[in-house]
Design a protein around this ligand. Structure first.
Ligand SMILES: [Zn+2]
Length: 519
């Protein structure tokens, strides 16, 4: 046993009461040199005291069986004895994360419901949790720590369980007890939704893009009418009775459904609404627990009109579907990792109407690809009045590269060159309009300037969309080209990484109007 860990365990065994706060305070004096104790991680349960310490570069969960009846055998790991007591050195494994979730309810994801401010943090690497929590705990925003789409899992070679485990370890390490969410993001099938819910994910973002008929917008009126009349009479009668030539109000504005508007909306959305009902009724409801159900209609070719938003929301309500949030597509462009592109005045006008519609139906508006859209954040914050969900686009990855650029410039240059060579491949997954000619030649730059690449839009987009290719690139001998050295550097520099994430997320929350407490 490492002498520092031995000293901590001895201290725990000597102390009369199990008092994690006291231990944490005492033990924060450890932590220099080769053993680092995470003071926030000290917790007591079932006669045991548990804490996380990093020894010689590797983190373990230490479990001290303090009471005579204590039993830590639900955890896996080597057992040693100290003054007659059993002490377990447990790896941060999947098995142990599952056990931790049974022992400590705060390490399980929870639903946040239809009010409040929450932020989806999308931790691509699985090590951003501590930095994210260090800023989140200074605000009243709630964190959705795990937020990955199936596409992102495939691109990074991770699983949903792995993503959830990372969040579990992060909240335990930081001692964050206020609850976190886990979002199965942009799921498209019943099987994907079940996969996430079986793992206790607390949020499902249903991507309806494959059920939304985008072709309708380019049809002639006569074609719209013909397609509409081909739909079942009962469906048309039902919807016409509810909407045709009727006016609805939201945000002080009238939304009117004349025949052509209604026909178009029915053609565009009726399949999507049927799909949403199916997933909600047949897949989500049977789990009989609180789940944040987000309806995503944002991956379309054109912006969602207020009439379309209202129509979808009214149909959901009519069918008893209590969405926690809904993501329309807003005007302008929300490209990954850069600021908003578009007319801010128009955005303000349209966004406030969308916010009013969400208020009317009682769910939260959800903003996708929300990282770096700082020029419209004050508008979003004001119009939603602390009832909003913002998803960052997993830009914790770019913050990680900032750390690499300053600590391992040679590695950063290699990654940058690789990303440039593979940019075209990555655009198969992401829509960006990056002008590569604006990018500097890293070979000619001094080390201290490399970070500036991550401050310009072109550099951010290039490095953001190629993350999957960078993380899975292999050498001829089958070893990872960058992955292992990236993780190793970020592990050694974990506080530097946490600090850069802190600033990155703080900037977003402040722009949204979320207060950051000083203490
Ligand atoms: Zn989206």
């Amino acid at each position: 046993m490492h002498p520092d860990c031995k000293a901590i365990c001895e201290y725990i065994l000597k102390s009369e009461a199990i008092d994690p706060a006291k231990y944490g305070k005492h033990m924060s004096s450890f932590g220099e040199g080769e053993c680092r104790l995470y003071a926030g991680s000290v917790h007591a349960a079932n006669g045991c005291v548990l804490f996380i310490a990093k020894i010689l570069g590797e983190k373990f969960l230490w479990i001290v069986e303090k009471d005579a009846a204590a039993d830590s055998s639900e955890f896996e790991g080597k057992v040693m004895t100290l003054t007659g007591h059993r002490i377990r050195k447990a790896p941060l494994s999947c098995h142990n994360a599952r056990t931790l979730r049974r022992w400590f309810p705060f390490t399980r994801p929870i639903a946040f419901g239809r009010t409040g401010v929450s932020i989806g943090l999308g931790d691509r690497l699985g090590i951003a949790g501590p930095g994210h929590l260090q800023i989140i705990r200074k605000t009243k925003a709630r964190p959705v720590l795990a937020q990955q789409s199936i596409r992102e899992l495939n691109l990074t070679g991770r699983s949903y369980e792995d993503v959830l485990d990372s969040a579990t370890w992060a909240v335990f390490q930081e001692g964050y007890h206020q609850g976190f969410g886990a979002d199965g993001d942009h799921l498209k099938t019943a099987a994907e939704v079940r996969q996430a819910l079986d793992l206790e994910f607390s949020m499902i973002t249903l991507d309806c893009s494959e059920q939304i008929d985008n072709r309708v917008g380019s049809l002639a009126k006569s074609e719209v009418t013909a397609a509409y009349l081909a739909l079942p009479q009962t469906l048309r009668d039902e919807l016409e009775a509810l909407y045709l030539d009727k006016a609805f109000y939201a945000g002080g504005q009238e939304l009117f459904f004349d025949a052509m508007t209604l026909r178009e909306l029915v053609l565009i959305y009726h399949q999507a609404i049927g799909f949403i009902r199916h997933i909600y009724v047949d897949v989500i409801k049977p789990y009989q627990r609180e789940i944040d159900f987000e309806v995503s209609i944002d991956e379309t070719l054109t912006a969602t009109t207020p009439e379309a938003h209202y129509f979808v929301a009214a149909e959901l309500e009519r069918h008893g579907i209590a969405a926690a949030s809904l993501a329309p597509r807003f005007c302008g462009e929300f490209q990954k990792a850069i600021d908003y592109i578009g007319d801010i005045g128009q955005f303000k006008q349209e966004f406030s109407l969308h916010a009013a519609i969400a208020d009317h139906f009682g769910y939260r508006l959800s903003i996708h690809s929300g990282s770096d859209k700082l020029s419209v954040y004050p508008i979003i914050g004001e119009a939603t009045n602390e009832r909003v969900h913002v998803k960052t686009a997993g830009t914790s990855w770019l913050e990680a590269l900032k750390v690499i650029a300053s600590k391992k410039p040679a590695l950063f240059r290699e990654i940058y060159a690789f990303a440039l060579a593979h940019f075209a491949e990555a655009t198969a997954y992401y829509h960006v309009t990056t002008d590569l000619s604006k990018l500097p030649d890293a070979a000619a730059m001094p080390d201290t300037d490399l970070k500036s690449i991550l401050q310009q839009p072109e550099g951010r987009q290039l490095l953001h969309i190629t993350y999957g290719l960078v993380l899975t690139a292999k050498n001829a001998d089958g070893s990872y080209r960058f992955r292992d050295s990236l993780y190793k550097t970020l592990d050694v520099e974990e506080q530097a990484y946490a600090d850069t994430l802190f600033l990155h997320i703080q900037k977003h929350l402040l722009s949204l109007g979320v207060e950051v407490f000083r203490s």
